[in-house]
Each structure stands twice: as C-alpha cells, then as structure tokens.
Design a protein around this ligand. Sequence first.
Ligand code: TRH
Length: 390
Amino acid sequence: MSALAETRPDPRPTWDVFCRVVDNFGDIGVCRRLCLSLARDHDIAVRLITDQPELLQRMDEPTAIAAESPIGAPFRVIRWCSSLIPEATTAVVIEAFACELPEGYSRQMASDGRRRLWINLEYLSAEPWVEGCHGLVSRHPELGLDKVFVFPGFTGGTGGLLRESGLLARRDAFTADPDAQAAFWQGLGLDAPAGAERRVCLFGYENPAAIALLDVMAGDESPWTVVVPEDRSATQVAAWAGSPLARPGDSAVVGALRVVRVPFMAQDRFDQLLWACDLNLVRGEDSLVRALWAARPFLWQAYVQPDDAHLDKVAALATAFARGVAPAGLPGTYLSSLQAWNGTDGGEGDWTGFLHKLPALAAATRRWSEVLAVGPELAGSLVELSKAHV
Ligand code: TRH
C-alpha cells in the first residue's frame, strides 16, 4: 500500500469511547479491551479518548506500543481535552462509567443534526436489579438527546462480559502446552512448577485476609508460590515476608511459601499468568472477568464503595456462581470465603478449608466459565444495539 493510500481518511463510521481514570487500572483496562474488540472483531474505527493515555502503554507488549501509532494501530488514542468535538463520521459515543463527555462535545452532538447513538457503559455487577436497568434510556434535560444505559453482566438480560474472539482457544492452547507455560514462567525469572507446588496470583487491594491466607500457605505441607505483580498487594506481602521485595524478580521464603514480586505486565501476559496459576486472587472489574475466562479457582476482592455497597456485589457474585454450577455444598463454602476475603468477618476465614476445596472449586469454575461463554458478549451487544439504532 502506498503512503498516500495509508493516510486516506477512514471511510468507516467512528465510535468514540470516553474514559476518565478514577484510580487504579480497571477503567482504562476495560476500555482498552473494549476498543480492541470493537476494532479487531467488528472492524469498527475506534477513538479512545482518555485523560491517562500513558497507562495504556503499561498494558501493551513493547512491540505493540509501536503499533499504536496512527498507521496500522488497532484504534486511535486521543488525550482528553475540553475542545474535543465529534467527527462527522462519529456514529456511536460511549461514555464509560458515567465519566461525562466534555461539554463542547455533547453540545455539538445536540446541534449538528447528525444521528448518533449515545451510550453510558456501567460497571459490572451480578446483582439482580441490573437486568431491569440494562437498556434503559434517559433523555438529557437540556440537550434533548437520549442516552442508553448498558450494563455488563452475567445473564442473558444484560450486556454480558467482554470476551474477544479466540480468547478461549488461546487459553486452551496455552494450558495444553507445557513448553509455552515454561517459557512464560521463564520470562518472569521462574522455573515451571515442580511436583506438588501450586502457584497463586495475588492482585488485590490491601487486605487483612490475605495475611491470614499467606499464614496458612506458609504452614502447609505442600509448597506454594505466590506471584505478586507490582501494585498494592506487593507492599503488603513484602511487609508480611519481612523482606523489601524491592525489584521485580525478588523473592522471599516463609515456611512452605515462596512469594515472588513480578512486574506489572502487558494485559495479554497478565491473562497468561491467570491461565498458569492454580488460584487467582483478583479485584475490581477487569481482572475478575479475566479470572472467569481463565477458568481457574479464584477469589474476588471488590472495590470498596460507600455504605459497604460492594458487599452486595460480593454476595451477588456468589449467587451467580451457585446458579452457574452448584455441586452440593460448594456455593455455601464459596460465599463464606468470598465474604471473608472481603473483610466481613475481620478476615478470619477458614483458609485451610478453602484450600482443601480447590479441586472442587476448579471443576466448578470451569463449568461456570463454559456457561458464561454461551451468554452475551459485551462488545457484540454494543454492536447489536448500534444496528438496532440506525
Ligand atoms: O485496578 P483495579 O482495581 O481497577 C478498578 C478501578 O479501581 C476502578 O476505578 C474501579 O471502579 C474498578 O476497579 C471496579 O482492578 P481491575 O478492574 O481488575 O483492573 C486491573 C487492570 O490491570 C486489568 O485490565 C488487568 C490489568 N493488569 C495488567 O495489564 N497487568 C498486570 O500486571 C496486572 C496485575 C493487571
């Protein structure tokens, strides 16, 4: 293709995805995955408008960062600014997590007479009220424009979960390939697990329950390795181990437990970490969904909300799990463990009992993942919504 052809304007309708980073990595992590899926799976021209584009680079493989340049990039990244306006080709505008569009942008939407779909993409929850709110339309009092509320979720009555094309096949190929797994661990400076050793990914917020679980693993008869990506859990684990764990690759051993600090890695590699571990301790929104697709046992630490509203989300997740699988007794154990992990009983969970249940939990999580994989997929739901709007 000639340089002239490459710079010709993209004739496709454009989708603008707006993302303001509240904190941590979830807002931008979800939006990055959504934009990739819209671009690659649905051939949509996407612009991701965010106040923290630099965070995207932490989630990309070094080789892909170059590919985010305007030519050949899967989607365009634009730094949020107040002077931004929709393009003539803008067909769909997604406001992620109620981030509120720049005022001039929404005024232009109202005044330029073009027909567009305006979507507010909400946070994920398994709570039952979500089905009743998914797809509701609200008219802006001043602009007179309609906004559709899309809720991701775990059931057919919601927008579903992000699951890009080919994800589960890639996971299955990886988990069936010992060489690929060994190469992955080697990339983190670790050998492949040997004998009865089990590996755990710990990506959470500060959590007293994590200390109780580490204590149980340290006192276990069989060996554990807890891999901690650089972030809030790493500080807590270092204090527990009495070792600074200052750099990626640093490790400490306490009884049967080795803790290893690893770098914050590209999203694709983080997926591989979840696929390679026997237990995933995840948080927020996106790592929860990726843990589900990893189909390995997991515990979820909810992002703390005012008035303990997040505890309803925790209970709802356990209920959804029970609906999806439900061998006798397991859902009850899982709910208690989830609640303890989220601090409802001061973190004094029965962690020995929980670790004994891991094989049953592994089978149940696999089944739940299979059930969810035939449910709605979020990027696809948004595309269907846009088709219905024309
Ligand atoms: O980082 P989180 O806690 O994010 C969020 C935000 O706090 C947000 O404001 C809040 O509302 C939401 O939680 C509920 O957790 P989450 O959602 O799992 O996002 C982490 C992202 O970081 C996810 O996309 C995976 C990615 N990641 C990597 O790419 N590499 C890594 O090494 C790790 C550990 C994570």
